[in-house]
Ligand binder design. Structure first.
Ligand code: ATP
Ligand code: MG
Length: 260
């Protein structure tokens, strides 16, 4: 069976995309799922957070997108978690420009992943904070989009641009692209505004909002500086346990979909 491919996307910066990709990846792997992470951000944060030094890499997702390397050549095992990783570093920023005049520029990641999709249960793509060609590659390769968001005043406004982009990709490039879910991140239940935005989110998106909420938790913030997912850094932290719960919610959802 082919992997379920999720693009973790929000063009707003710092909302928890990378934290979600790394910690959900580690949690799914801990639940015996075969997981591949794709770092599609020139910042390389998911690469570093998986315990791989982005600086010294000769083969990255950049070379995969330009078809200079095969997926087998760029794939690595994360030393920190039980998943595989396609790493990224600053070189990827050049791909934006270099891909523009090349054929099939939007579907290069999709084509590359098709060859290994059967090897995995889940492929998670960490997108950059922009609605650019890299993100479009992520959206074309994916079955569904996971949208992490902070429950702040401008959060809903940004969401409408993202949903427009998803609809555009759906109509032109990837008709079966779904919204998998919206994830409330860095949540502080004592914050009134966060509660209000959370309520609005549920009114608009109903079941698409994950029941699991990710709390603000210092272990989640500090784990990347050790090159570790929170699950490995401090298994008993609130952050690690929230992502384990999220993995359970996602596995249940997909199990129900498959049974139906
Ligand atoms: N639940 C959380 N609790 C505390 N800190 C968090 C939490 N989630 C993320 N952070 C911290 O917030 C910052 C932004 O998170 P992260 O890098 O995951 O966001 P991002 O959306 O990937 O950012 P970018 O848009 O730059 O790629 C990081 O310093 C991260 O450690
Ligand atoms: Mg990020």
């Amino acid at each position: 069976m082919a992997a379920k491919i999720l693009a973790v996307t929000n063009q707003k910066g710092g909302v928890g995309k990378t934290t979600t990709t790394v910690n959900l990846g580690a949690s799914l792997a801990a639940a015996k799922q075969k997981v591949l992470l794709v770092d599609l951000d020139p910042q390389g944060n998911a690469t570093m957070g998986s315990g791989i030094d982005k600086g010294g890499l000769a083969k990255t997702v950049y070379h995969l997108l330009l078809r200079e390397r095969t997926l087998e050549e760029v794939r690595m095992a994360s030393p920190a978690a039980r998943y595989d990783l396609i790493p990224a570093n600053r070189e990827l920023a050049g791909a934006e420009v270099e891909l523009v005049d090349l054929p099939n520029r939007e579907v290069r990641l999709k084509e590359a992943l098709e060859k290994v999709s059967a090897d995995y249960d889940y492929i998670l793509i960490d997108c950059p904070p922009a609605l650019n060609l890299l993100t479009v590659n992520g959206l074309c390769a994916a079955d569904a989009v996971m949208i992490p968001m902070q429950c702040e005043y401008y959060a809903l406004e940004g969401l409408s641009d993202l949903i427009k982009t998803i609809k555009r990709v759906r109509s032109k490039l990837n008709p079966s692209l779904e919204i998998e879910g919206l994830l409330r991140t860095m949540f502080d239940p004592r914050n009134m505004l966060a509660q209000q935005v959370s309520d609005q989110l549920q009114q608009h998106f109903g079941d698409k909002v994950y029941r699991t909420v990710i709390p603000r938790n210092v272990r989640l913030a500090e784990a990347p500086s050790f090159g570790l997912p929170a699950l490995v850094h401090d298994r008993n932290s609130k952050g690690a346990s929230a992502y384990l719960t999220l993995a359970g919610e996602i596995l249940n959802r997909h199990h129900e979909e498959n049974v139906r």
